[in-house]
Design a protein around this ligand. Structure first.
Ligand SMILES: Nc1ncnc2c1ncn2[C@@H]1O[C@H](COP(=O)(O)OP(=O)(O)OP(=O)(O)O)[C@@H](O)[C@H]1O
Length: 249
């Protein structure tokens, strides 16, 4: 079995008396989509924050690509290839789709804006950004201001921006939110196509999407992982059915 790319060991995080992350251990393997599901307030976003580096765990260890990243800053985790798309969009609405992605490519290359940019460098930047847009299924929409993109296209743009950071793993926080059934289906097709390029940890409430995409599913309830398994194993799991899925799953 492939070595895990991302490994969480015994993570704990409290907010006052509330234990929001209760001894969580899980892995993300190369080539897989691992979904994290659970009722509202179960601690999914809190966990994603700790993986991305925007929140420090009280206890436990995070390893990524063989390295202990527990105390690394978010920017250093991104440099290592751990990219996140946000529940709240990080897109700049007045900039074109292409320009939004170019900013992310530029950040990866560690260069800032210059007024008199090298034309060849600028062309390389444009090409790299255009390629990320194409991988996210947005070719043909490069010149459109982000504000004029549809909701589904905005979601794709966020994914293109994440791809521009050169990720080795993607953290996706509710990518289907607000898309509707057709939009969700389209995004499922895209994520499915990307899975061989970049493994994903997917927080998602849309169970159709989760069951269509996930190689493994972990179920979080009151901050604790109560089960990890394939879609079939999770559907059949008695504690999961009782706590979360209900008996019609
Ligand atoms: N900064 C914070 N301070 C205090 N409590 C917090 C903070 N962030 C989250 N919580 C609490 O921690 C628990 C887990 O919240 P979290 O947002 O991680 O859950 P979630 O599973 O992502 O929920 P949802 O599915 O609704 O997004 C909740 O009870 C929440 O109120």
């Amino acid at each position: 079995m492939a070595e895990p790319l991302l490994q969480l060991r015994g993570l704990k995080k409290s907010f006052g008396a509330l234990l929001a992350t209760d001894n969580v251990s899980l892995t993300l393997r190369p080539g897989e989509i691992h979904a994290l599901i659970g009722p509202n307030g179960a601690g999914k976003t809190t966990l994603i924050h700790q993986i991305a580096g925007t929140l420090q765990p009280d206890e436990g260890e995070l390893r990524f690509a063989g390295q202990d990243i527990t105390s690394l800053h978010m920017a250093d985790r991104v440099q290592l290839g751990l990219a996140r798309t946000f529940q709240v969009s990080s897109v700049l609405p007045e900039f074109s789709a292409l320009r939004n992605v170019m900013l992310a490519v530029q950040a990866r290359q560690g260069t800032s804006f210059r007024f008199f940019a090298d034309v060849r460098r600028d062309a390389r930047l444009t090409d790299a950004a255009a390629e990320c847009l194409a991988r996210a299924g947005l070719d043909g929409r490069a010149a459109v201001p982000a504000a004029e993109l549809s909701h589904g296209e905005r979601r794709r743009l966020e994914i293109a921006i994440a791809l521009a950071t050169g990720p080795r793993a993607l953290l996706l926080d509710e990518p289907m939110a607000g898309l509707g059934p057709e939009g969700s289906k389209d995004l499922v097709v895209l994520l499915n196509a990307l899975r061989s390029e970049v493994p994903m940890l997917l927080v998602e409430h849309d169970m159709d999407a989760v069951f269509a995409l996930a190689d493994r599913i972990s179920v979080l309830v009151y901050g604790r992982v109560i089960a990890t398994g394939t879609a079939d194993e999770i559907r059949r799991h008695p504690e999961v059915r009782a706590a979360y899925l209900g008996d019609d799953a």
